[in-house]
Each structure stands twice: as structure tokens, then as C-alpha cells.
Design a binder for this molecule. Structure first.
Ligand SMILES: [Fe+2]
Length: 385
């Protein structure tokens, strides 16, 4: 029988794709990509599933200061938008549609604050009320194509539910291992979030966050167990979710990738040894820090450490009611269901989430802090103190 084998193999026809020339593969690709072809049709179907809403002309600009004053945010919101967050109209483009909030026709006041060429007013450095104009090359890196085209983007059915279930299991394992949470930030919420990954806050160079190292745990065995549990959680995000986020951002805000790649080049150079030991801390160019918490950030706030130009990417795991994302300035409440992803400019829009009613809600907020971006952009290192 063994002698028959080579003969059978010799007569077996070769797989058809090997016999085709690369020229024919190229022509198939052309057919696929041509107007009216499958690729084009797919894009049209996607576009048909998008609902756009424009920024209201009344959109205010009261937070365009370096004040970092949470009290101002609370007072201004209460004065101009007294509706309780939970009572804001729930905006939903439908279960299978994406929602894009645009700013196609800004008023003169809006354009003067966040229109083309205005991002310098929102940078942290130097810590001054004076705006320092960006150099041409800095502006080119940050403002490819003008300004970010959307205030917020909400996509549904992005993350498969089994992946979200896995995150919930791994979060529980992390808590069971004895993870230490930092103090809650009272301006955002009564509950604390873990900040995992890399940031540059209050430092001259990017570094892996203290929460990721769990240096507050004195018992080395327990610390090692917790760090391993953090790595397991981050690995799932990195392998199964980050590629989807990259795809979405490349599709919807392609102008962002140039500066994000520059940040990544700098971070991987400076943290080469750290990433060799903890590869899960490198989420790639689309974001650098991931805040993880159970519950919601129920107090209206502006994320002062983010950048006006950048999007925070938010997704949730669990089975819960409530936890909608509220933007009083836009008079909307966005449902944030498991599987959906919300990209939102959290330095520009004051926001909060409604309380979770029933069930458990694990929320992941992925962002790039403004100091990290500005250090890269300005080409020198400084600390915001
Ligand atoms: Fe926030």
C-alpha cells in the first residue's frame, strides 16, 4: 500500500489557485475593487447603515480654557442644560446602525475655538493662557485634512460577545487575585478605575502606569499573581479588540494615524526594555492607556488630560441596564450596549454615564493622554505639574 502513495500524489491535480497567474489574480482584484463591484457595494451598504447628526449651533465653548476646573463644568452644565442626564433624549440610530456626530458647518465662534488651525489653544504646554502657535510641521502631523471630522462615533456589533464574556471572567480573576485599585477620582465617579498601559502624565517621559505594576502590593507573590492577571486581561484586548479599533479609526479618521504612529515610534523606543518584559502593555498606535472599572462614571466632567483632537474609545462588557453615555451639550444620551464601540472627544464634550440599573457593567476607556501627544509633537520632553 505504501508504494501506491507516491503514484496517487503524482496524479492528484494541483490546487486550482496555484495554476493561475498573478496577472489573473490582479485582474480579479481589479474586478473586486471597481465601481459597482463587491467592495464598492459593501461600502455603500455600510454607508446606508450610518445616521449622521450635526452639531447644534448652540454648542458652547465654555470649556476651552486651561482652567481644569470641574466646578465650572458642573455650574455651566446646570445653568445651560438643566435636564438630568438620565432624562436626556436617548439617541439611537437603530440596533444595526452606526451614529456619527459631525460638525460640518461650525458657527464663527465654534470655528474660532476648534476649527482648522485652532488646536494650539488646547495644548497643555506651556501651562499658560496664551496660545502658542504650532509650527507648520507640528500642525501637519496633527491636522491632516483639517480637523477631526466627527465629535463622536458610535458603532454597533463590533466586539463579539464571547470576547466580552472572557473579559468579564478575567476581570473577576483579577479581583480574586487581590488587585489594588487607586483612589476614586471624585470628579468623575464614586468608584475607582484601574489605568493600565502607558502614559506620560506628570512625567517627562512615557512610562508604564503604577496600576499596571501594582507596586502598592508589598507581598511579591501576590503582586506577581495580580500582574499575571492584568497581562491576561490586556492580552485579550490587544489580540481580539485592538485590531478592530485600528480598522475603524483608519476608516473613519485616517488623518489621525500619522501622529499616533509618531507617538508609537517614540514610546516603543523609550520603553523597549519595558515592553520586552510586558508586551501586553503596548496596545499599538491607536491608544496607550486603558481605564477599566465596574459601574459607570456618573458625574458630569471633562477629561482635562485628554486632547481636544483625540478620541477616547469606549466599550462595555456584561449584562446590564442603564449605563448610557450622556452629553448634555448635545442634548443626547447614547446607549452603550455590549459589542458597541463609542469614539468620543472627551476633552471637548462634557459627559457622564447614567447609573447601572440591574446587572454588571464593565467599562473600558482607551485613550492617549495629551501630554504624551504633545511631548511627541513638540519634539521635547517636559512634565505637566
Ligand atoms: Fe470621562
Amino acid at each position: 500500500m505504501a508504494e501506491d502513495k507516491p503514484a496517487r500524489l503524482a496524479t492528484r491535480p494541483r490546487p486550482s489557485h496555484r495554476s493561475r497567474s498573478s496577472a489573473s489574480a490582479f485582474s480579479r482584484k481589479l474586478t473586486y475593487m471597481q465601481p459597482g463591484g463587491p467592495y464598492d457595494n459593501g461600502r455603500l451598504r455600510l454607508a446606508a447603515n450610518i445616521v449622521e447628526m450635526d452639531l447644534p449651533v448652540s454648542f458652547p465653548t465654555v470649556f476651552a480654557t486651561f482652567g481644569r476646573d470641574s466646578q465650572v463644568v458642573t455650574e455651566e452644565i446646570a445653568k445651560h442644560w438643566p435636564t438630568l442626564p438620565a432624562a436626556l433624549p436617548l439617541v439611537s440610530a437603530g440596533d444595526d446602525k452606526s451614529l456619527l456626530i459631525t460638525c460640518k458647518k461650525p458657527t464663527a465662534t465654534q470655528a474660532a475655538l476648534f476649527g482648522p488651525g485652532q488646536v494650539g489653544k488646547w495644548l497643555h504646554y506651556p501651562k499658560s493662557k496664551e496660545s502658542i502657535p504650532l509650527k507648520d510641521e507640528e500642525l501637519a502631523a496633527l491636522e491632516v485634512g483639517g480637523v477631526p471630522p466627527y465629535m463622536a462615533m458610535h458603532w454597533v456589533h463590533v466586539i463579539p460577545l464571547p470576547i466580552l464574556k472572557k473579559l468579564l471572567v478575567l476581570f473577576d480573576a483579577l479581583v480574586a487575585a487581590g488587585v489594588e485599585f487607586p483612589e476614586a477620582d471624585f470628579r468623575r465617579s464614586g468608584t475607582a478605575a484601574l489605568h493600565l498601559g502607558v502614559w506620560s502624565l506628570y512625567a517627562r517621559q512615557p512610562r508604564i502606569t503604577a496600576d499596571s505594576h501594582q507596586t502598592m502590593i508589598s507581598n511579591s507573590t501576590q503582586r506577581a499573581r495580580v500582574v499575571a492577571a492584568i497581562d491576561a486581561l490586556c492580552m485579550i484586548v490587544k489580540v481580539h479588540i485592538v485590531p478592530k479599533l485600528v480598522e475603524l479609526m483608519d476608516e473613519y479618521v485616517p488623518g489621525q494615524s500619522r501622529v499616533q504612529n509618531r507617538i508609537h515610534e517614540r514610546v516603543t523606543r523609550l520603553l523597549e526594555e519595558d515592553f520586552r518584559q510586558r508586551p501586553t502593555m503596548d496596545f499599538g498606535p491607536v491608544f496607550y492607556t486603558m481605564a477599566v472599572k465596574e459601574g459607570s462614571s456618573e458625574r458630569i466632567h471633562v477629561d482635562w488630560n485628554d486632547n481636544i483632537h483625540k478620541y477616547a474609545l469606549i466599550f462595555c462588557a456584561g449584562d446590564y441596564t442603564g449605563g448610557e453615555f450622556c452629553v448634555p451639550q448635545l442634548n443626547i444620551r447614547i446607549p452603550l450596549r455590549p459589542g458597541a464601540v463609542l469614539a468620543v472627544r472627551t476633552r471637548l464634550l462634557a459627559h457622564c454615564a447614567t447609573l447601572v440599573g440591574q446587572g454588571r457593567r464593565l467599562v473600558f476607556t482607551c485613550f492617549t493622554d495629551s501630554t504624551l501627544l504633545e511631548q511627541t509633537l513638540r519634539g521635547h520632553e517636559y512634565a505637566l505639574v
